[in-house]
Design a protein around this ligand. Structure first.
Ligand code: CTP
Length: 450
């Protein structure tokens, strides 16, 4: 995957520095030649020897080598390493290093190399939740975004401080996947402002054209920019800034009695991906979800509320139907038992057949009662005639967009982490496939590119 690629990993002084050791191993396993630069603070968490032994390269910390001999040979090491790298990754990237990078302060080997590097730079901001949300960090993330650095949004959850919130370094595997994505898509050089100073052909190897599979006709780099905004989303950036977005996720349950229900296999993964993508684009998100949906990877600032039946979901959707955007990802049962027994029905007393009645069609109600300017995105689960049936739903439900999945396709539909969808608008349609996360981001980019 990465054979022959040169990757410089910058490690800064946070408890997550230990994860960088695993990251180095993963990159080497994928065939990359890895060098490590540590800040002085990082060496308090992990020893330089660990990385030196793994990478079989010197680990750089100081910008100036120590002995006289080395100085004459090596004082431009930050320039050489910057030239050597195909990609530079700072993981973890503390608030302090982030601040130094975006203000051009080059008081150590890492920040000097980043300033000198011509390759793309991926920053993985990692810090305590409150530090992450602090105005100075938010402004620095925005600056990093403006300068064209690639950003990987931190995870939310329990932090080393004992507090909970956004700020965790993503798992090494996730960072490795992100690196693969950046290398495979041939990302643009990170710092667009520096491009004007370079000979034109300097950029050629690493440029991508307009990406054909990008529904909005945007470049892959903008795709990354969307993700980049995700890191800064608490900082109030992105195309959905100040927009209220309502998302529904998971399967409804229609109980026959206290222990039996009609439902479907939806796990709510796609709905969560839509909620996270909207949040990452700056939206204020409320997620209505089935109780069984796994919310552990969602940003802490997404508001969540559970639902059970279609009727329950309908009532909750109505309460929040003033949102600027409604995304109906939930797999809503179309039928419910006409009656529900208060007590568990003994099998001897069970009827031979069930009488069903229709549940409310929530998306159709939204389509009829929409307010001006509201954007309605529905989903469609089909097993045949995908486009035709999804187009019918678009019209029947008066939605703006339908995200259609074919349940018969591999790597798509219920419970898996990937999806293959056809995004259908009144005039256009786009095929998108990939992880549910990337599909969700692509859908929102396509919809809000207009
Ligand atoms: N939907 C809804 N209320 C329902 C059924 C579905 O709001 N009672 C929404 C879903 O959340 C989805 C869209 O309508 O966004 C299409 O759902 P789908 O199950 O594919 O289609 P149905 O309208 O239920 O039609 P059918 O089952 O006949 O294909």
């Amino acid at each position: 995957m990465m054979r022959g690629k040169h990757i410089v990993i910058g490690v800064t002084g946070g408890i997550a520095a230990y994860k960088s050791v695993y990251l180095v191993r993963l990159l080497q396993e994928a065939g990359a030649d890895v060098r490590v630069i540590m800040t002085a603070a990082a060496t308090r968490f992990v020893g330089t020897e660990t990385f030196a032994a793994l990478t079989r390269h010197d680990v750089a910390v100081d910008i100036f080598p120590k002995s006289g001999d080395e100085i004459s040979r090596n004082w431009t090491r930050h320039i050489q390493w910057g030239e050597w790298a195909d990609l530079l990754v700072v993981a973890p990237c503390t608030a302090n290093t982030l601040g130094r990078i975006v203000h051009g302060i080059t008081d150590d080997m890492l920040t000097a190399t980043i300033l000198a590097a011509r390759c793309p730079v991926l920053l993985c901001p990692t810090m305590d939740g409150e530090m992450y949300k602090a105005p100075s960090t938010r402004a620095n993330l925005q600056k990093a975004a403006d300068f064209g650095f690639h950003l990987m949004a931190p995870g939310a959850g329990y932090l080393a401080s004992g507090l909970e919130g956004p700020g965790r370094l993503p798992e090494p595997v996730e960072i490795r996947d992100k690196i693969v994505e950046l290398l495979e898509t041939g990302v643009k050089p990170s710092r667009s402002s520096a491009d004007t100073d370079k000979p034109a052909n300097d950029n050629q190897d690493s440029m991508v054209g307009g990406s054909e599979d990008s529904p909005a006709g945007e470049t892959k780099d903008n795709t990354v920019g969307g993700i980049l905004n995700s890191a800064a989303s608490d900082s109030g950036t992105g195309p959905l800034l100040n927009r209220k977005v309502l998302v529904t996720a998971g399967a409804t349950r229609e109980y026959l009695d206290p222990v039996r229900f009609l439902s479907n296999p939806s796990t709510g993964k796609m709905g969560c991906a839509m909620a996270q993508a909207a949040h990452d684009m700056g939206a204020t998100v409320i997620l209505l979800h089935a109780a069984a949906v796994d919310l552990s990877r969602l940003s802490a600032s997404i508001d969540t509320l559970t639902f059970e039946s279609a009727e329950d979901l309908f009532e909750k959707v109505k309460k929040h139907s003033g949102a600027d955007v409604v995304i109906m990802t939930a797999a809503v049962s179309d039928f419910r038992p006409a009656s529900r027994s208060e007590h568990k029905v003994k099998k001897e007393e069970a009827p031979d057949s069930l009488t069903l009645e229709r549940t409310p069609d929530i998306l159709q109600w939204l389509g009829k009662n929409r307010r001006a300017g509201q954007v309605l995105i529905g989903f469609a689960m089909e097993t045949q005639n995908l486009e035709e049936r999804a187009r019918e739903k678009l019209l029947k439900k008066n939605a703006d967009w339908i995200v259609a999945n074919n349940l018969r396709e591999e790597d798509a539909g219920f419970a898996v982490d990937t999806n293959r969808i056809l995004l259908i608008g009144p005039e256009t349609s786009h095929h998108v496939e990939g992880s549910k996360k990337s599909v969700a981001e692509a859908v929102l980019r396509a919809v809000f590119a207009r």
